[in-house]
Ligand binder design. Structure first.
Ligand code: PXP
Length: 240
């Protein structure tokens, strides 16, 4: 199972002072050295954390995989076409939200998302759609024929101590997508405490985790923070 680490939060701290530290590009190098399989960043339309320059530098320096999260907005798609990250994950975006709150509406937004996917595919970028793990959302996403779907684990993350309806929902969604031949990723709100049951779902091949890893890095350093998350995932996953 691949672990991609979202380094937006270094940029959040940097932008709090509009200075040049901490640098998410330097953090990305350390994540890779610690065994991260990829680097994820979200270039938001409001540029609240990651800046255009970060994406350009990461595209040149990341040695593993750069996964760019973006809204299906013309300006941002233009940057993705120019920078050509290895992978692009389309996400919904609302300016007033604290973080990405829900999944894409692949039914109402079908035409817009199909256009965005076509542009990304033409640029040679692997595509993923960030969606809620309910059967209707999965079906609507699959109809758009992305390379992958990323299942939103927010509900699971909020409920994981209680009965496992949210985990069962994730498992069903993962099987539905995998059964259709589409790769399955997952992320949002995953932590050292709750990652295990999601990592154990065999249909899921990639996790995108940011806040928990960068938070832990403040106390133990990024190298140990990545290694510890890697260990939690591998332990839950068991032998391949
Ligand atoms: N996946 C997607 C699509 C996201 O938007 C985010 C948050 O930027 C994440 C994963 C990572 O979420 P977290 O920071 O809660 O680990």
């Amino acid at each position: 199972m691949r672990l991609y680490v979202n380094v937006d939060h270094a940029a959040t701290v940097r932008q709090a002072r509009r200075t040049d530290e901490p640098d998410p590009v330097r953090l990305a190098v350390l994540v890779e050295q610690a065994g991260g399989d990829g680097i994820t960043v979200h270039l938001r339309e409001d540029r609240r954390h990651i800046q255009d320059r970060d994406v350009e530098l990461l595209a040149r320096t990341v040695r593993t995989v750069l996964n760019l999260e973006l809204a299906a907005a013309d300006e941002i798609l233009g940057i993705a076409e120019r920078v050509r990250p290895h992978q692009a994950t389309l996400v919904p975006e609302r300016r007033e939200e604290i973080t990405t709150e829900g999944g894409l509406d692949c039914r109402a937004g079908a035409a817009r998302l199909a256009g965005a996917l076509a542009r990304l595919k033409a640029a040679g970028v692997r595509t993923s759609l960030f969606i809620s793990p309910d059967p209707g959302s999965v079906a609507a996403a699959l109809a758009l024929r992305p390379d992958a779907v990323e299942l939103h684990t927010g509900r699971y993350a909020g409920e994981w101590r209680r009965p496992r309806a949210a985990l069962a929902e994730l498992e069903t969604a993962a099987r539905q997508a995998r059964g259709a031949g589409v790769a399955v990723h997952a992320g949002h709100g995953l932590t050292y405490e709750n990652v295990g049951p999601v990592a154990a779902l065999r249909e899921i091949e990639e996790l995108n985790i940011g806040h928990s890893v960068v938070s832990r890095a403040i106390f133990v350093g990024i190298e140990r923070a990545v290694r510890e998350m890697r260990e939690r995932i591998d332990r839950a996953r068991g032998p391949a």
